[in-house]
Design a protein around this ligand. Structure first.
Ligand SMILES: Cc1cc2nc3c(=O)[nH]c(=O)nc-3n(C[C@H](O)[C@H](O)[C@H](O)COP(=O)(O)OP(=O)(O)OC[C@H]3O[C@@H](n4cnc5c(N)ncnc54)[C@H](O)[C@@H]3O)c2cc1C
Length: 477
């Protein structure tokens, strides 16, 4: 009887704390607070509360981990248990919060276009996707700002831009081509020197708030029972399931499947303790650390079935906030210059965000000299292309890391061919945020149906690296 009473009290406390967590997340989101006290729903206090086993374990609660958890719960509600482990609960180095928040349809690869189309649909209809059943809690906004991407091409890029345009139109994107004369007419402040053709997204492009999207994913997940752990993944234990016959070497090998994660867990009182969690399936959503997590599973060790490493590494990018009251403000599209320079409006007070991905690989080396990089590489391009920016001032900058797939710069989605209970959602190389709704849905579908249901993303499978079926998109920025 005492036990039942204690269990009921625990259940009631759990429910109260769940409601409080959701309230905290929403308040934090509305106030744009990025702090672990308010946004972490469960800081475990003791072993009694700690989830020692789960159906699905997700490593990383950036936008990919949160999206995957959202879709798992969207499809299965309480029928599946989901735990997310995150080492950096202030999100200080999470790529998701350091992005420019852009969404575009202007890609050259069919799957990227379709993922973006779904991303735009999802963002435009976020209120219905995030509505909590039997609750009067309104989903917080996502601050979507519709504004077309304007892609500029020199004579070398004209054919590519034109064929991208035809493909985008075929899939229902509202892309429009602009001749230099029409470009000047529409954007008179633009210097069109060296530009032979431009394409402009008339619908479903723009930017949104990454933090708001993430907190919506999180709120929905917490409401449906997703558990969050503040902890760092250290490694795995595997269970021997039998023997594996390798058809190439004709060897009989012990077949092991990872089923336990070893974590350093941070408890509510700040102490750290080593814990293990039993899982059935694992999702590697660890962003720039994805290859390290893969290595813990011997992926890339050269052993049979695990020869090829996960080709993801951090690539440094600076985002600058510049101020120039004479700039085009509301008339400013999300501009992608032929040099690769990206510019978008930040607010209505003459502030803009600028990013330039380096042409050479050397920039992957960490450099602390953001000021020199701006003056040498960005200011000349910017003031040449937009002469009214001649008095611009750099207000601040931040440094983020692309989760860069250094083989073909596209996402790696789906199960690993050897560790079939390990799913990857990695390597988005600068376009992950907008593809997170489609990527998370794809992972959840694959987990439930062993294949994709709504959008076939098989081209992003890990096996493409060994089967030499690389996928390139001519419009990766
Ligand atoms: C400067 C910049 C601009 C960008 N602009 C855009 C844009 O305009 N549009 C767009 O769509 N995309 C953009 N992106 C890309 C986009 O932000 C990323 O592709 C996306 O956010 C990746 O999300 P993620 O969840 O995989 O990674 P993250 O957000 O980095 O999340 C991974 C999480 O895993 C955690 N983790 C790692 N290892 C462990 C471990 N061992 N144990 C526990 N936790 C762990 C990390 O702490 C981290 O929080 C941009 C990126 C950058 C850097």
């Amino acid at each position: 009887m005492v036990k039942i009473k204690r269990a009921l009290k625990y259940e009631a406390d759990g429910f109260k704390s769940l409601i409080k967590s959701i309230h905290n997340i929403i308040t934090a989101q509305n106030n744009k607070i990025i702090s672990h006290d308010t946004v972490l729903p469960h800081i475990y206090k003791n072993d009694y509360e700690f989830p020692f086993e789960t159906d699905i374990l997700i490593i990383g609660s950036g936008v990919m981990g949160l999206s995957a958890s959202y879709w798992l719960k969207y499809f299965a509600r309480q029928d599946i248990s989901v735990v997310i482990v995150e080492k950096d609960i202030d999100y200080s180095s999470s790529t998701s919060l350091l992005s420019m928040g852009g969404i575009r349809q202007q890609y050259s690869l069919e799957e990227n276009i379709k993922m973006s189309l779904f991303g735009a649909h999802f963002i435009r209809n976020y209120a219905s996707y995030f509505r909590l059943p039997l609750s009067n809690i309104e989903p917080p906004k996502i601050s979507y700002n519709p504004q077309g991407y304007l892609m500029l091409a020199s004579s070398e890029g004209v054919d590519q831009l034109h064929s991208n345009y035809l493909m985008q139109r075929e899939y229902g994107c509202h892309t429009k081509l602009l001749s230099p004369a029409n470009l000047k007419l529409k954007f008179p402040w633009l210097n069109i020197e060296g530009i032979e053709l431009a394409s402009y997204g008339l619908y479903n492009e723009g930017w949104f708030d990454a933090w708001e999207l993430m907190m919506n994913f999180k709120t929905y997940g917490v409401f449906h029972g997703v558990k969050h752990i503040h902890g760092q993944l250290l490694g795995f234990e595997s269970k021997t399931l039998g023997t594996y016959y390798d058809p190439i070497t004709h060897q009989l090998l012990e077949f092991k499947r990872p089923n336990k994660a070893i974590l350093n867990v941070k408890w509510g009182d700040g102490t750290i303790q080593r814990k293990k969690i039993l899982f059935s399936k694992l999702i590697n959503a660890s962003g720039i650390n994805a290859a390290d997590v893969a290595q813990m599973l011997d992926i890339g060790s050269g052993e049979i079935g695990r020869e090829i490493p996960l080709p993801v590494e951090p690539r440094q990018r600076y985002v600058y906030v510049i101020n120039c009251p004479e700039g085009p403000i509301l008339d400013c599209p999300f501009l992608i210059d032929k040099s690769g320079l990206a510019l978008r409006r930040h607010d209505l007070h003459g502030n803009y965000l600028v990013l330039l991905s380096p042409q050479s690989e050397e920039f992957s080396e960490i450099t602390n000299d953001a000021g020199t990089y701006f003056e040498t590489n960005i200011r000349p391009i910017l003031t040449q292309r937009i002469p009214c920016f001649k008095n611009l001032k750099v207000v601040k900058y931040w440094c983020g890391f692309y989760d860069y797939n250094f083989v073909d710069q596209n996402a790696i989605i789906g199960p690993h061919p050897y560790h079939t209970n390990v799913y990857m959602i990695n390597g988005f190389s600068g376009h992950g945020l907008q593809h997170s709704p489609a990527a998370g849905r794809a992972i959840a579908e694959h987990i439930f149906h062993d294949d994709y249901v709504t959008l076939d993303l098989n081209c992003f499978k890990f096996e493409r690296f060994s089967q030499k079926e690389l996928v390139f998109d001519k419009h990766i920025i």
